[in-house]
Design a protein around this ligand. Structure first.
Ligand code: GLN
Length: 488
């Protein structure tokens, strides 16, 4: 049995039934990573000791018949913007290259308490700023479906690791699409819960009003099991919500007969056939399994990218002020005075995209421009949220493409930040509105044999009402099963 090919429920059953030990499962993954990750390059740091110690704990519990956690023996990869005590956490930035956190993120703590084994930390765009993982301060990650292509971003390492069977599930972070978009480009499932559903304690801040932690998996059930484990109020994060956590796994089976599914006009105008055709087939499939399709409109969609890139950069410029050469990580070795030390440290430690965002964010917050940009963007944000509230009066979920393009070639877009930003059009809206979104595999593009383009994964996004993840996952689960998309 190839232990790296199992999904979460299968690993859990294998460990419980003693078909495989947690140690065997962890070792199979570590060996595969050693073999395969030199091509994909999804990990920045491995934590084999930590994974094996945890596996040993699980195996002892199995042997002595002690109760097992929900994720007992499940190998998981963690995006390197999420703190792990004693294990280097870099945010894929040179400025934190040697940073060892003194504590664990709440999500990490909860995963380990449930028996998960952390294999290591995955590559991403520096401080989660990007859509391709090319902005990593170390190296780009490659898409397992075509090594010449990007895995998406910013959580590209986590998506690629799950797609390449280098972890059963993974954690990512999503601020404007960083879980959903790489999930789509790598052909796996990825979930961003409602803002506040999962504690952000120990997630290195990019844009605090938009940041989320969430799971990747090769099936929707895997997302449900991980969300179940990490969701819920955390006294360490005052924005985490005190809303009861339903049994997401149990609720998957409820069926979706009669579900009203909104199709937002604005998200389909100008969509290319290579993405549009698989998505249309996905919509037909939803209809075949009993959903009622309802046209809806989200009229402020055109303003979403501008709004997102003002708010996200404003918050980033403030959050990243803390990397000053004094409190964390890198410090320039030669400098004249304190100010010079700050400048040289930040100049050497941050990459081009991070600098661009700090400058943009500082500009939109500066006196004289604050009202014109930042305050205006906050108003637009309210209008976007209102669009969704209106739409959810007549539908239960909304279906859209996750990304307007499939995985693109490494280097193809990296010189054109605006093109890169525009590709976030379908994901930033839910982030700004604070509603949950999931991306599930929805077939592939046709590819073009003559020019050597393989068929590439396409993702379908489902959006739901605040704290309605159970229904969202149920819809995604029914869709995945009807389309056979959980079988790769
Ligand atoms: N691609 C978007 C950006 O560059 C989203 C990133 C994210 O969600 N962390 O900001």
């Amino acid at each position: 049995m190839d232990l790296t090919a199992l999904n979460l429920a299968e690993v859990r059953d294998a460990v419980r039934s003693k078909t495989a030990s947690a140690k065997e499962v962890a070792l199979a993954h570590l060996e595969r990573i050693n073999r395969e990750d030199r091509n994909v390059r999804s990990y920045l740091t491995l934590s084999p000791e930590r994974a094996l110690e945890q596996a040993a704990r699980v195996d002892r519990a199995v042997a002595s018949g002690d109760p097992l956690g929900r994720l007992a023996g499940v190998p998981i990869a963690v995006k390197d913007v999420i703190l792990t005590r004693g294990v280097r956490t870099t945010c894929a930035s040179r400025i934190l290259e040697h940073y060892i956190p003194p504590y664990d993120a709440t999500a990490v703590e909860r995963l380990e308490a449930a028996g998960a084994c952390i294999l290591g930390k995955t590559n991403c765009d520096e401080f989660a700023m990007g859509s391709s993982t090319e902005n990593s301060g170390f190296f780009p990650t490659r898409n397992p479906h075509d090594l010449e292509r990007v895995p998406g971003g910013s959580s590209g390492g986590s998506a690629a690791a799950v797609a390449a069977n280098l972890a059963t599930v993974a954690l990512g972070s999503d601020t404007g699409g960083s879980i959903r978009q790489p999930a789509a480009l790598c052909g796996v499932a990825g979930l961003m819960g409602t803002y506040g559903r999962v504690s952000r304690f120990g997630l290195v801040a990019f844009a605090s009003s938009l940041d989320h932690i969430g799971p990747f998996g090769r099936s929707v059930r895997d997302l449900a099991a991980v969300l179940q484990t990490i969701a819920g109020r955390d006294p360490h994060d005052s924005t985490s919500a005190d809303v009861p956590v339903p049994d997401y796994e149990a609720e998957l089976e409820g069926g979706i007969e009669g579900l009203r599914v909104g199709i937002p006009r604005e998200y389909f105008a100008g969509l290319s056939a290579e993405i549009g055709d698989p998505i249309q087939r996905g919509i037909d499939l939803l209809q075949n399994i009993g959903c009622e399709m309802v046209p809806v409109t989200l009229p402020h969609t055109d303003y979403a990218i501008a709004c997102y890139y003002i708010i996200a950069t404003a918050e980033a410029s403030s959050n990243l002020a803390r990397y000053d050469g004094v409190r964390y990580g890198l410090r320039a070795s030669e400098y004249d005075d304190l100010r010079d030390m700050y400048e040289r440290t930040r100049d050497a430690g941050f990459g081009a995209e991070v600098k661009r965002r700090i400058m943009l964010g500082t500009y939109v917050l500066s006196s004289g421009y604050y009202e014109a940009y930042y305050l205006k963007a906050q108003r637009v944000r309210s209008l976007l949220a209102r669009d969704f509230n209106e739409a959810f009066r007549s539908v239960d979920v909304i279906v859209t493409p996750t990304s307007p393009v499939p995985a693109f070639k490494i280097g193809e877009r990296s010189d054109d930040p605006l093109q890169m930003y525009l590709a976030d059009i379908y994901t930033v809206t839910a982030s700004l509105a604070g509603i949950p979104g999931v991306s599930v595999p929805c077939g592939r593009t046709q590819g073009d044999e003559a020019s050597g383009v393989p068929p590439l994964p396409v993702g379908m996004q489902l959006l739901g009402r605040h704290f309605d993840e159970a229904r969202l996952l149920r819809a995604a689960y029914a869709f995945e099963r009807a389309g056979g998309f959980d079988r790769g």
